[in-house]
Structure formats: C-alpha cells, structure tokens
Design a protein around this ligand. Structure first.
Ligand code: ZN
Length: 225
C-alpha cells in the first residue's frame, strides 16, 4: 500500500473514532464531577483549570448549583475572578468561603472521590463537616514581607484544619497527623487523594507553617507533600 493511502485511511479511522467517542472520553463534553473518574478526567480537569467557562459548564453538566461571586479587580495582585462560594456536600465552617471555580471543581472531585472513600476505608464512617482556616487573603507566600503572592491572594486555595465525622469524632491535623493509628492513616489518604485533583497540596510533612492544616491550591506550581 502507498503511504498516502495509509495516511488517508488513518485520518478517516480517526474521524470516525472521534465522532463515536463515549461522552466521558470526548474532550469537548463538559466533565461530570459526580461520575466515576476515568482516563479523560485529568485532561478535563486541567482544561477547566485554564478555561473558566469550561469550569462553570462542568458544574451545570453535573447538576450542581453554584453561587457566583462578583469579580473584584485589584491593583495589588489580589483580585478575584470567576469565583464562587465553595459548594460542598458537607458542612463547611466558617460557612461559604469564596474560591475560584477551579478550586471548587477540584474540591467537588476530592470530596466525592477521595475524602469520603478515605473516611469509609480508614474510619468506617462519613465526613459530615470540614473546618477551614480561610481561602482568600491578600498576602504573599507564608505571609512574607517580600516575594510572590500566595494563591490565597486570588482565592485560588483553601486551608483545611479538621474533619468532622458522622459518629461525632473530629480529626484534627495538629493532633492526629503524627502517629500510626486510623486517624493518621485517614489524614495521609486525604493528602494523597487531594494530589489527584489539586495542583499543590501541602501537609504537615511540608514545613512547620503547615503543622495544623492542609493547603490545597490550583496555582501554576505542582507539589504533593
Ligand atoms: Zn494555604
């Protein structure tokens, strides 16, 4: 067979295959945040992290209501764009923190596909609430006087201090991270699970500034520690 014929044949096969992709494989179809993660999920998550409209489309396609937060421009690199009140299936304390849509999407995936499975596996219960230490704060990394802006300066991050369980227990990072009991295993599973969805995940293993919380963000740097 001639090379031109083979190339044409491959193109035709490619077009037919693309047109018959199941929705979860089709990169143009919005991500269903509730569906079991598949091979294309990561690709779609990185797309919605770049394209706010793809992010809002994912929530709409998933039947999940969002409360938009108006854009707030800033001339000191602390602006808020494409933000929402964090949607959660569990109680969030303090209530209704503002986050970027991409943090909200990563959170929805994390909660459903990592947090609750980890609670069931390690503690035999569900998470019913989370306690956070904030999402938006106009400051630099580690609150340093100089240096680059924190992802918190654009509401592109969330700090988690504790998880409340269905049986009334509270798992706190500052107390339960170190050890070899089920609570410590649960917290490590949360950290590892969060790394599937967020771009940066910092735990007490990272440094002393994170001894009492997880930091999750959707900024440009990737780290999982
Ligand atoms: Zn943080």
């Amino acid at each position: 067979m001639r090379p031109l014929f083979i190339i044409s044949l491959l193109i035709v096969i490619g077009i037919i295959a693309y047109r018959n992709l199941p929705p979860e494989w089709d990169p143009a179809v919005p991500l269903d945040l509730r569906a079991e993660p598949g091979l294309m999920t990561r690709v779609k998550v990185s797309r919605l992290a770049r394209e706010p409209e793809a992010c809002f489309a994912a929530f709409a396609a998933s039947g999940m209501l969002l409360t938009r937060v108006p854009d707030r421009p800033s001339d000191v690199s602390c602006g808020i764009e494409n933000a929402v009140l964090l949607p959660s299936s569990v109680r969030v304390t303090p209530r209704g923190p503002t986050v970027t849509c991409r943090v909200a999407a990563a959170w929805a995936l994390f909660e459903r596909h990592s947090l609750q499975p980890a609670a069931r596996q390690h503690l035999g219960t569900e998470v019913v609430g989370v306690r956070h230490l904030g999402t938006y704060s106009c400051r630099n990394v580690n609150s340093a006087a100089a240096g680059r802006r924190s992802q918190h300066a654009t509401a592109n991050a969330i700090d988690i201090a504790a998880l409340l369980l269905g049986d009334g227990r509270e798992v706190r990072l500052v107390r339960d991270w170190h050890g070899d009991d089920a609570e410590a295993a649960f917290l490590r599973a949360i950290r590892d699970g969060a790394c599937r969805w967020f771009r940066a995940v910092l735990s007490p293993d990272y440094n002393a500034a994170h001894a009492d919380h997880f930091h999750f963000d959707m900024g440009p740097s990737t780290v999982c520690r």
